[in-house]
Design a protein around this ligand. Sequence first.
Ligand code: NAD
Length: 491
Amino acid sequence: MEVLNNYINGDWKQSFESHAVDVINPANQDVLAKVPFGPGNARDVESAVKAASSALSDWSHTPVNQRVQPLFKLKTLLEQSKEELAEIITRECGKTKVESLGELTRAIENVEMACGTPALIQSEFSEDIASGIDEFTIRQPVGVCACIAPFNFPGMIPFWFLPYAIACGNTFIIKPSEKVPLTMSRLFQLIDQLDLPKGVVNMVHGGKETVDALLTHPEVKAISFVGSSNVARYVYSKGTANGKRVQAQGGAKNPVVVLPDADFEMTTQIIADSVYGCAGQRCLAASTVISVGDIQRDFRDAIVENARLRTTGFGLEEGVEMGPVISSDSKERISGLIRKGINEGANILLDGREAKISGFEKGNFLTPTILENVASDGDLIKTEIFGPVMSLLHMKTLDEVISFINAGQYGNMACLFTSSGANARKFRNETMAGNIGINVGVAAPMAQFPFSGWKDSFFGDLHGQGRHAIEFFTQTKVVIERWPKAWSRKF
Ligand code: NAD
């Protein structure tokens, strides 16, 4: 079985670590590859940082218009390879091919956005702040930057950072999730075709050892992390304690709220898509659905019917709308949360725990699950489920809903369905979440907007994507220059 190589200094390099773990297709448990995983990964990081540090000076002094040229080529290569990449994502991550293609579209949008870096990086200039004195800012690269990625969007999330980082003159190291390293390995075969100077982008595999080596290496100046909140908190505190700038996006618990004046049909469809898309393994997946006022019963019946009709299976098969969850451990954890919710008094309306998919009996499948009368302080409501499970709650007023949302641990997304502009405005103003959807079920920001997140869903200041990324990957220098008129010479 193939053991994946790192990509360091423009070459494929075998890891210093001899132990390797399996990369598994979650639909059938087939072993797709092996990935090096252990203490030896720290030596891989050492090599990658050395390469990225050596490349830094020349790359940071390459004019920005030249630095973005490889990104134009990358966009073309990504578009040409979309189908093939989507199949790799589906095989190792489990989502449907349509979902895999969707995430690649989002990756390409970020590459396009970063192609505009020559304009985005332009500085401010004030002439004559005093007589003969001008003041301006220069944005300079931060240095060697690294991205630590989660399993659920292997083809998209690294692109919230990579194109901006290199366009801004930094060099870069990516650590993909050990659960889904094949997508990034294939992407690096494309990156290899960009004629970037050696060492500008590098990839190292592994897990905690790789992450810790990046967090403590003095030459690494910035870390972009996306993953669960406990690890995000750890990465943020260890990275900042080691003097790095860190943006760490964490987990989520995204409530969606339905008011009695919502467009009923559209709302049902959008909410079911939000909960069950990517089998609920999205940081913007809805999982708690709160109805307000007297629509409770009709809405409940419609959403159960919608969920029941969804086709679960292997994501490369025609007509499949939902794939498996990432691992058997994950399936067990989700089933345990459902069991606990029922023990705490919840009523299960649709039970997906005994899913049987013909031809894929070993897969980590759950079909859509819905519970009602869930204890509002139970684990189903408080913790991130990251699976295809919907909990229905009912509340009397919008004020009650907003207080409930604001008391929660996470703040990634909150959505409201209504035809009232005033209620929508109140919700968007008062709800403590970084991404708000109004009549939208997955409020995922386009590349020109920051991918926000509040409370335990984000640790740091500047977010990924758009202008925030340009700011994160540059440090600002303020220059004040005095050139008195009297000093000018006549030639
Ligand atoms: P994870 O936290 O388990 O892993 C993320 C990365 O951290 C991986 O590369 C992994 O190798 C590394 N890692 C894991 N444990 C570590 C440890 N103890 N020390 C150092 N590094 C460690 O997350 P995951 O399961 O891969 O991804 C799912 C999570 O990511 C969910 O919580 C989801 O909400 C979150 N997520 C958040 C966003 C966002 O934008 N907020 C986007 C996508 C996913």
